[in-house]
Ligand binder design. Sequence first.
Ligand SMILES: [Zn+2]
Ligand SMILES: [Zn+2]
Length: 276
Amino acid sequence: MENFICVQCGTQFAESANPPSSCPICEDERQFVRYGGQAWTTLERLAADHHNRLEDEAPKLLGIGTEPEFAIGQRALLLQSPGGNLLWDCISLLDDETIAEVNERGGIRAIAVSHPHFYSSMIEWSERFDAQIFLHAADRKWVMRKSPRIQFWEGTTLPLWDSVTLINCGGHFEGGTVLHWPAASRGRGSKGALLTGDIITVVQDRRYVSFMRSYPNLIPLGPPAIRRIVERIEPFSFDQIYGGWWQANVLCDAKAAVTRSADRYLRAIASAENYG
Ligand SMILES: [Zn+2]
Ligand SMILES: [Zn+2]
């Protein structure tokens, strides 16, 4: 029996003797099945020719991503906090070197994941670090490997320790979650940070962000979803955003970047005159 991992999206599945017949996450309209067809690996095979790169994205915020790039190429973030470390989002590969490096920084108290594209091998990580997992209940059906370590939360916010808060923004996924970290300490007079995965996605022009139902298939969101994202983060103060990939960060004035990006998006989908 093996916990097979989907090569396209990096999701690890419940134990089975043979690879699953399909990956519901890749077959969903927000993802895609690769040109070569569905393919599977295992943690052991992945570890044979991949390793993890660990690099600070900000003080007390360690990026962890796999090299060579695997699946959708995201990096997780280990947020180091006095009350316990939190792993924000997750990746498929977990090996002994990574476990040792993370333990050196105090281990992991809990894992919180923005949405199903980053569920990856979260159960593997939670078991190795004896950590709880927080997922929004609206995305429950996308969990491919169940575990009693998963705590499904409901509603619009979930306060954790050290004033860290999970915020349900919806949009890309109904349960789409971002994390507010008021103690983020990059720069003088830091006002805090949002960790967003691709619920609020940092684009190439890092003065802006964007919001999509599907990134690979270019399916936009409608005005109510955009307005809801802006409303949900409005009560929180922050000036940095750390997105789901290396260096996909807005390092100053990030709250204003969200507002101007939402305004531009709403203009673009409302008016063929300006953007047609
Ligand atoms: Zn998949
Ligand atoms: Zn996604």
